[in-house]
Design a protein around this ligand. Sequence first.
Ligand code: NAP
Length: 254
Amino acid sequence: MAISNASPRIRLITGASSGIGLALTRHWLGRDTPVIAVARRASSCLALRDLQKQGMPLHCINTDLTDETALGKLARQLQQAPLLPEQIINCAGHLHDNQIGLKPEKRLEDVTMEKLQQSFLLNAFAPILLAKHLIPLMPQDRPTVFASLSARVGSIADNHLGGWYSYRASKAAQNQLLRTLAIETRRRHPNLCVLALHPGTTDTPLSKPFQRNVPAHKLFSPQRAARQLATLIDGAGEKDHGRFIAWDGRDLPW
Ligand SMILES: NC(=O)c1ccc[n+]([C@@H]2O[C@H](COP(=O)([O-])OP(=O)(O)OC[C@H]3O[C@@H](n4cnc5c(N)ncnc54)[C@H](OP(=O)(O)O)[C@@H]3O)[C@@H](O)[C@H]2O)c1
């Protein structure tokens, strides 16, 4: 099914091929609202292709968010379509990746330049560059949302356990970049709400290797995490601009 700006509110979701991003995509498509799904392999993702086969208003775009040239291309594609999103939800992120030898550090000796760079590229730099390229496309005359999935472990004040140097630090950097964005956009995009969100520990490929010590009632299904996040995002307004909040709507310490 084609999407156009004559349809109801358009949402753009990154990381839409897996985990929470895919669950959010299903959540909103299930409510008949169009979604632009972005991932490196969005067009070959079987779950997304199934949704398209069912006639859902879903548009898939392959983009590597760590490549700024690709982000510029994504913006041009959206402008030309035109597909101008009212909500952008960044769900792309990584904690481990066998293909690039990324795994969370247990101790100082595990920290390497490469792991730090890989973590910062996707978890910190991609969200702010996504904002740089896509916020100019968002309508200015109605409420809009730019939300990005951070993580409680990115909170410096809440860091009592240590470990996971690169992931923690990259999420803390993302938080600072989003906070700075919120300050600038308050003036330049008064209808935009910028949010950093902690989804809660959720059963996805990202958390799979680290679920052993998580009590069952604290491990959300992707569907539940998506429902909770969608409630926050759809209810977000001026009062929430620049906040770092958890799935239950509570503020997290920076
Ligand atoms: N799961 C949890 O318990 C949990 C807890 C706290 C915070 N979070 C945060 O929530 C977010 C979503 O996590 P998840 O658990 O849903 O992870 P996931 O299932 O591993 O999904 C990650 C997504 O990111 C995309 N991605 C990876 N590298 C990319 C790149 N270079 N360019 C574009 N897209 C890329 C992947 O798609 P492709 O491979 O197709 O590109 C995939 O769709 C992450 O930021 C994570 O840090 C998760």
